[in-house]
Design a protein around this ligand. Sequence first.
Ligand code: NCD
Length: 309
Amino acid sequence: MSGPKRDLVGIEPMSRADIELTLDTAGSFAEISERPVKKVPTLRGKTVVNLFLEPSTRTRTSFEIAGKRLSADVINISGSGSSIAKGESLRDTLRTIEAMSVDCLVIRHSSSGSAAFAADLLSFPVINAGDGCHEHPTQALLDLYTISTALGRLKGVRVVLVGDVLHSRVARSLMLALEKVGSAVTVVAPPGLIPSDVEQYGVRVAPVLDDVLPSADVLYVLRVQKERMGRQFYPSDREYASLYGINKTRLEALPKKSLLMHPGPVNRGVEIDADVAESGRSLIDKQVTSGVAVRMASLYWLLGGTPAA
Ligand code: NCD
């Protein structure tokens, strides 16, 4: 690849065309995961390091699978097994990785801005796999890919986003992405869990969930992020569930063809009931499947591989 290096730090700097190109590329990579031999030589000889300094199941595993399906060598580093646990700084860890001729870094970190810090420091592409409460761009891209595969369009799709928007990097990236592709987003959350600047994302805020369910094409439920809450934002889980939790009655209040999404992991019985998460309208498993194709597409564009075989 020639020219300046590219990074995927957030949805914010992406154009609608960039987003559409990634989704189209994901569409052509999705089929590789259906083959008996799920591997193409596209990124042979490239080394991708997954540096995950916060817990993760879906994102870390799907980046690893995506890299391996494209024949890259993938190395996983976690906080507890690395020298970060001995007190090494993020800067020193990044420089150490750079000294080993790596081609791409995927980073998850609890501090907002850490992915941009890595992208500025390193001479090779950086992908943000979630930085604090800031952005999680590949999650938004996989959500768009899932919606467009299920509904055949993104423009004009009405999305109701319910839950802990304040602490959610998923919500931030998703609101930015949905606005760019022309979807209409309504946010519903306990007042303390709505960011004060939410209107800059071009969304509408609605106070009562039950009022907006009948006009949702997609109901997107966010996890209550207790690990990021320094104080109590609502009286109790029971009260949260009664006002904002998705149960069978709420699911039935949606139009017949509407779909349910959640980025995972799910707090069953708080933001969503167990039987609802597993209902036929739930796209939760499809979101996970889409994650592999979208991350293959992201690695492909940043590393400038050759077309899939
Ligand atoms: C999200 C994350 O880590 O930001 N999960 C994910 O990547 N699938 C959402 C969450 O933890 O609630």
